[in-house]
Design a protein around this ligand. Structure first.
Ligand code: CU
Length: 243
């Protein structure tokens, strides 16, 4: 269960039996040796990392200054959170739950020392959201300039073709740009079904230029995070990658 419900592309009627059962959710990717569980209540979001035998996985490499990065998006890919839960025990992490009621997906970005791992969406529900908020539809941006808190960022994409290297460069005021988690910026990319997760870092230390490859054609949401004047902001973009 979990993370598989959008595969068909028939994402209007998300299966209500398996995909959104209250309680535990976990990833079940074939190539991954890690099961990541998300449990939440009104006050906290808890993450449990286990191997296939159910033993906690606690040895994580520090990656960009943290052992665990948690990206949370809502099902419509409108809300975006990048947070760092605190370790509370072997393979256990927790963070305060400030999310409004809704259907969410967690992406647990870790590098376990002795296990192969692929980031997969772990669906979870907060509160009692209305079913009307199920389903999602992303429309590609026609304007690649975004403004958040009066800071503007313009995205330039070198190519919209699948299967070849793509450079994402960002025009922004760099006078107050500082390193955030060990990089001049972070880019998180999800496909339109909120399934394929990419976390990309700049190709050099000085410029907000990112290189990636989109394996498949489709619509992708990009969040570019920059720290300016001490504040981290995520600038959202939607692009369409063609054959
Ligand atoms: Cu992080």
């Amino acid at each position: 269960m979990g993370g598989k419900q959008d595969e068909s592309g028939g994402h209007q009627e998300v299966d209500s039996e398996s995909g959104h059962a209250h309680g535990d959710s976990s990833t079940t990717h074939d190539g991954s040796e890690v099961n990541a569980f998300v449990q939440n209540d009104n006050s906290s979001i808890n993450i449990f990392l286990k191997d296939k035998a159910g033993n906690p996985i606690d040895e994580l490499e520090v990656n960009h200054e943290r052992k665990l990065h948690l990206i949370i998006v809502d099902e419509q890919l409108q809300k975006y959170y990048h947070v760092h839960p605190e370790r509370t025990g072997e393979g256990e992490f927790t963070i305060e739950n400030n999310l409004p009621d809704g259907f969410y997906k967690a992406f647990i970005d870790i590098k376990p020392k002795n296990f192969t791992y692929k980031v997969e969406p772990v669906p979870f529900i907060v509160g009692n959201p209305s079913d009307a908020t199920h389903g999602h539809e992303l429309n590609p941006d026609t304007n690649f300039s975004k403004t958040v808190d009066e800071e503007s960022v313009t995205l330039k994409v070198s190519s919209f073709k699948a299967g070849e290297p793509v450079t994402l460069s960002f025009d922004l005021d760099q006078t107050n740009l500082t390193s955030y988690l060990g990089a001049m910026g972070h880019v998180v990319i999800l496909d339109e079904y909120g399934k394929e997760f990419l976390h990309v870092h700049p190709s050099n230390d000085n410029e907000p230029i990112f290189e990636t490859t989109f394996d498949k054609p489709g619509i992708y949401k990009i969040w570019a995070e920059f720290k300016q004047n001490g504040t981290v902001r995520a600038f959202p973009f939607v692009i369409e990658i063609k054959k």
